[in-house]
Design a protein around this ligand. Structure first.
Ligand SMILES: [Ca+2]
Ligand SMILES: [Ca+2]
Length: 282
């Protein structure tokens, strides 16, 4: 009897062990060769004279048929190296079911460095939308963002790449007593920021006298979005976009505040949901 129990235990342990190993060996779906990062893009039926290389790629269902699709960002490069300039960037989707290829332009800005793909549902149809980020310089500023819905294989641009990437328009004016007034008409918001930590610099540069009186009308500015985050603030499973912009009180680049804007997709467009101006001291 003891022997039988021992055999049963051994069999049970074996099932657990090998079962576990087997489960551990189940691989995630692999990208085909044509979609592998930094490889030359050579999809079947796509003949082009210039070399395109894969900048970023993923396996994800983006048309909503519950079958994973292959997605790649490709661009023209001089060689198969990572850190280089890409021209004529295209988004390529291969429908996982029909194997058909779709070629989509991310917008009017199609050249840049370090481009990347992100996936989340923004329009609430429970299908992942495709966020494409293109860094126009090696430092990443400014970056350009495109957002594309591919539900039922229909391409819909959820964002205007150039207009959105420019960020919110702020009016920034240096005021007496080392203050800056930041206003945003779109959000009906005016915020005053203490900039006295730049007292010495502003006096030296002739923006103010030592008492803080502004000597000429000095206008500041806001940079385009420095960073965009995918967030789900209201936890409804539909994502929002949160953008950060540097704000300066003068034509110089010193940062006095960050503009933080929250965008939510509703009624077929992104709407500004909230805007905060957060003071910043170096
Ligand atoms: Ca699919
Ligand atoms: Ca969606």
């Amino acid at each position: 009897m003891k022997k039988i129990i021992r055999i049963i235990v051994i069999i049970f342990v074996c099932i657990l062990l090998f079962g576990g190993v087997f489960v551990g060996k189940v691989k995630a779906k692999e990208l085909p060769e044509a979609f592998k990062k930094n490889s030359k893009f050579s999809a079947e039926g796509y003949s082009i004279k210039v070399d395109y290389f894969v900048i970023d790629s993923a396996v994800k269902d983006v048309n909503g048929d519950k079958i994973e699709d292959n997605i790649a960002l490709v661009g023209q490069r001089k060689a198969a190296v990572k850190e280089t300039f890409n021209a004529d960037i295209k988004l390529i989707i291969q429908d996982g079911k029909s194997k058909k290829y779709y070629y989509i332009s991310p917008g009017s800005i199609v050249n840049g460095f370090y481009s990347k793909l992100f996936f989340a549902d923004f329009n609430g149809d429970k299908v992942s939308d495709i966020l494409v980020k293109i860094d126009s310089t090696t430092t990443g500023h400014p970056s350009y963002y495109s957002l594309i819905s591919f539900r039922d294989n229909n391409v819909i641009e959820l964002l205007d790449q150039e207009e959105f990437s420019r960020g919110i328009g702020f009016d920034v004016n240096l005021k007496d007593s080392f203050n800056a007034e930041i206003s945003c008409k779109e959000a009906n918001k005016i915020v005053n920021i203490d900039v006295s930590h730049f007292r010495q610099r502003y006096v030296e540069l002739g923006f103010c006298d030592s008492e803080g009186k502004v000597l000429n009308k000095i206008k500041g500015h806001a940079e385009p979005y420095e960073e965009i985050k995918i967030v789900d603030y209201d936890k409804d499973g539909i994502c929002e976009l949160e953008g950060f912009q540097r704000i300066s009180a003068t034509p110089n680049k010193e940062i006095i505040a960050y503009g933080k804007s929250l965008w939510k997709y509703n009624n077929l467009k992104f709407n500004l949901q909230a805007l905060d101006v957060l003071p910043y001291s170096e």
